[in-house]
Design a binder for this molecule. Structure first.
Ligand code: B12
Length: 211
């Protein structure tokens, strides 16, 4: 069985130990970390598809997510290696209020941090005021807002609107992301960009700070 197939089996079975072992094996065998993360990401999306089709119920989806998070705990320290140079810019990142999905956001945060950004990760279910207060406090260059639900995406718009109301919009670059976010939505709400995955997010963030 190929590595992606094994990941898929482990994630769909919600097998925490097996997922973590697979991640450890990938590291021990020097597999490409990004490819390994992609394999796990595809697997968790498959769990989401099964949930949508009614094949999986919430407890199963939650077990799959726990298995995914267990694998990510193995990759996170490796992604974050070489953090010394933190001069690229300051980033405030979080998942918008009402939304507890944090796997993708954490991946983006880790990769930005590994690249050399000074990252302030606010976690998930973050109120708009916390995003803005922290961005002002740390004098952020970029605010990154993640949303995985069509119902919480509107929070990305609300955050931008609030910045406009406070005359703060031009103070920060704004990146938005998450599975339901499109280019069209990005333009519609006046964000500075979106990316489908963490690697593109890093490229975009570099562009935004003029690198
Ligand atoms: C795992 C998961 C969960 C886990 C979350 C665990 C956790 N701690 O994160 C649990 C089981 C808790 C969960 C709960 C729910 N979920 Co859920 N979940 C998922 C699932 C399967 C995978 C998400 C994920 O982790 N993907 C892997 C990561 C690596 O990818 P990613 O998140 O897309 O992130 C990448 C990019 O989007 C991008 N990115 C992400 N953020 C950002 C930010 C910026 C700035 C940038 C530039 C890029 C970027 O880079 C990331 C890395 O490559 C998705 C299915 C899907 N296709 O997304 C459903 C999904 C998002 N969930 C869904 C639903 C409905 C729910 C619930 C409402 C279910 C319920 N009935 O209670 C609750 C929501 C509770 C809440 N209030 O938030 C629906 C949403 C449907 C919709 N249209 O809104 C989906 C699409 C499943 C489905 N097909 O029905 N879920």
């Amino acid at each position: 069985m190929s590595f992606p197939e094994k990941c898929k089996d482990a994630i769909l079975a919600g097998d925490i130990d097996l997922s973590q072992n697979l991640a450890q094996k990938a590291v021990a065998e020097n597999l490409d970390i990004n490819a390994a993360i992609d394999a796990f990401s595809l697997a968790i999306r498959e769990a989401g598809n099964l949930f949508e089709e009614g094949e999986f119920f919430l407890p199963e989806l939650m077990r799959s997510a726990e298995a995914m998070k267990a694998a990510m705990t193995v990759f996170d320290p490796i992604i974050s290696e070489g953090k010394e140079d933190r001069s690229l810019g300051r980033v405030v990142i979080g998942t918008i209020e009402g939304d507890i999905h944090d796997i993708g956001k954490t991946l983006v945060a880790s990769m930005l941090s590994a690249e050399g950004f000074d990252v302030h990760d606010l976690g998930a279910d973050v109120p708009i005021s916390t995003f803005i207060d922290t961005a002002l406090e740390v004098n952020a260059d970029i605010i990154c807002i993640s949303a995985l639900l069509t119902t919480t995406m509107v929070g990305q718009k609300r955050l931008i609107d609030t910045l406009k109301e406070k005359n703060l919009r031009d103070k920060f670059k704004i990146l938005i992301g998450g599975a339901p976010v499109s280019k069209k939505w990005t333009e519609e709400i006046g964000a500075d960009g979106t990316a489908e995955n963490a690697i593109s997010a890093v490229k975009l963030a570099r562009n935004l700070v003029g690198l």
